[in-house]
Write a protein that binds this ligand. Structure first.
Ligand code: SF4
Length: 99
């Protein structure tokens, strides 16, 4: 039965038509919340634009509206030029109302 969901791994149900895609543009975060769960947040490991392009290209035309959640670390810590490069592959989808 294909109801838009598939079973991958040991009992984890994942949808084949995600409503949200969470991306982490950088591991870096200059904050120090006492409840932080990211022990490597002092490292600046930035997502490459090619990864962002691959994520954007993976959004199928028949998917419903997809929310792209830019998650941290602190997403803005990549800097404005890198952030613009990461957003660029999604711009045609945004203009089409698909993300
Ligand atoms: S990654 Fe999130 S929780 Fe951790 S220090 Fe930064 S803002 Fe706080």
């Amino acid at each position: 039965m294909n109801n838009g969901r598939s079973m991958l791994g040991a009992g984890h149900w994942l949808t084949s038509r995600p409503g949200t895609i969470i991306v982490q543009p950088t591991s870096l975060c200059p904050l120090a919340c006492t409840y932080c769960y990211l022990p490597q947040r002092h490292l600046k490991q930035d997502m490459s634009p090619s990864v962002a392009a691959a994520v954007a290209a993976g959004i199928e035309p028949d998917w419903p509206l997809v929310e792209i959640a830019w998650h941290g670390g602190e997403p803005l810590a990549v800097g404005p030029q890198r952030l613009a490069a990461l957003l660029e592959p999604f711009e045609p989808l945004r203009r089409a109302g698909r993300v």
